[in-house]
Design a protein around this ligand. Structure first.
Ligand SMILES: C[S@@+](CC[C@H](N)C(=O)[O-])C[C@H]1O[C@@H](n2cnc3c(N)ncnc32)[C@H](O)[C@@H]1O
Length: 347
């Protein structure tokens, strides 16, 4: 049973999400986002509540005896995948796989993809820390890991270790620049991160295009062979929203990301996408999909990342509405999912 305080914190988070979605329906994405950013007190309260829920309530409620698999939480899951990939040979494995695909398809010559040993793209990260960008970090849950060099950003940071930054609107360029007071990031250097984390981030946005824009930005910011790791809440059975998860794979493959790991834990989907050195290698997966219905909005709207909540609102464009009936979506409110995350949080 959730405590009174727990319920209050979750309610505040729900209300923030609901207000943003309501504004999106009324005013469209740009105006809704502007109004959202102007509610500075609400955002500050959201940041404090989110941090308290994650670090006090969810971790206290997390009955360790019931958690047989210690990786059954998002922060640990993310760290484990990073270690496997960057320190445990995963990066070389997928690099070689990409070379094989290119050879097989004669997509290109291999001059940009040299043999593993001499490859800069494939440099092993063992002699340095993994350079991580944690977007929507809130309180920097990765701060204590000595193998990670973390840049944590949030709209409204809950900790001094987190830079203020609106990822949707931040400029990407030749170098990373901070504001004069060193509290905000004003520009990010392209291709400068090994891994980019979206943990419980994408569903914050009410609009499919905004989620896509975040993924595009991650693509620009990652080095070749870098990882985008997405954690998204869903307490339903793995099959309930499988079609949506497949559509993410489809849309992100068209961007140049190859899905390399997928796991459904009790309350979350956990996914790793690898930024291919050659975009064509990722796009190949799309061309191999024979049974996708092009009439289905999930697979016909490039430039959009859908979540189940989109189909309970007026968020789908008028012209796409007929197609939505083919999508079986679990009726669920995102905000409720935040009440159900005890096993996801690890301290
Ligand atoms: C549900 S919280 C997740 C916090 C943390 N990543 C975790 O897993 O516990 C979502 C966070 O994303 C932040 N956020 C939303 N939109 C953002 C944006 N455009 N740029 C940066 N942060 C954003 C919010 O302020 C909020 O702190």
């Amino acid at each position: 049973m959730a405590s009174e305080e727990h319920k209050q914190l979750a309610t505040l988070i729900k209300e923030t999400h609901n207000r943003l979605r309501e504004d999106y329906r009324k005013y469209g994405s740009n105006e809704a986002w502007k109004r959202h950013l102007a509610r500075t007190d609400d955002l500050q309260n959201y940041a404090v509540s989110m941090q308290q829920l994650a670090t006090n309530h969810w971790s206290i409620n997390n009955n360790i005896n019931q958690v047989t698999d210690k990786s059954n939480c998002r922060i640990r899951w993310i760290k484990n995948r990073c270690y496997e990939y960057f320190f445990g040979g995963g990066k070389s494995k997928y690099y070689e796989r990409e070379r094989d695909i290119i050879k097989k398809l004669n997509l290109d010559d291999l001059s940009d993809l040299p043999e593993e040993s001499s490859s800069k793209n494939n440099e092993v990260v063992s002699d340095r820390k993994i350079k991580m960008l944690d977007v929507g970090s809130c309180y920097n849950p990765f701060a204590d890991d000595e193998n990670l060099d973390v840049t944590a950003i949030d709209l409204v940071p809950a900790s001094d270790q987190v830079f203020q930054c609106d990822f949707l609107n931040v400029t990407l360029g030749d170098k990373t620049l901070l504001s004069n007071n060193k509290k905000s990031v004003t520009e990010f250097e392209k291709k400068s991160f090994d891994v980019c984390i979206f943990s419980l981030l994408l569903e914050y946005f009410p609009c499919p295009e905004q989620r896509f824009r975040c993924c595009e930005k991650a693509y620009e910011l990652l080095k070749d062979s870098g990882l985008l790791i997405i954690i998204t809440p869903d307490s339903k059975h793995v099959n309930a929203n499988a079609k949506i998860i497949k559509s993410w794979r489809y849309v992100l493959a068209n961007l140049g990301f190859m899905r390399i790991t997928y796991e459904k834990l009790q309350h979350i989907h956990c996914i790793c996408y690898r930024r291919c050195v050659k975009k064509d290698t990722a796009v190949r997966w799309v061309t191999l999909q024979k049974n996708l219905s092009v009439d289905d909005v999930l697979f016909s709207s490039n430039g959009k990342i859908f979540i189940p909540q989109d189909f309970q609102t007026a968020c789908v464009e008028e012209k796409d509405k007929d197609k939505v009936s083919s999508v079986k979506i679990a009726k669920e409110d995102l905000a409720d999912v935040f009440n159900e995350l005890p096993d996801v949080i690890d301290k």
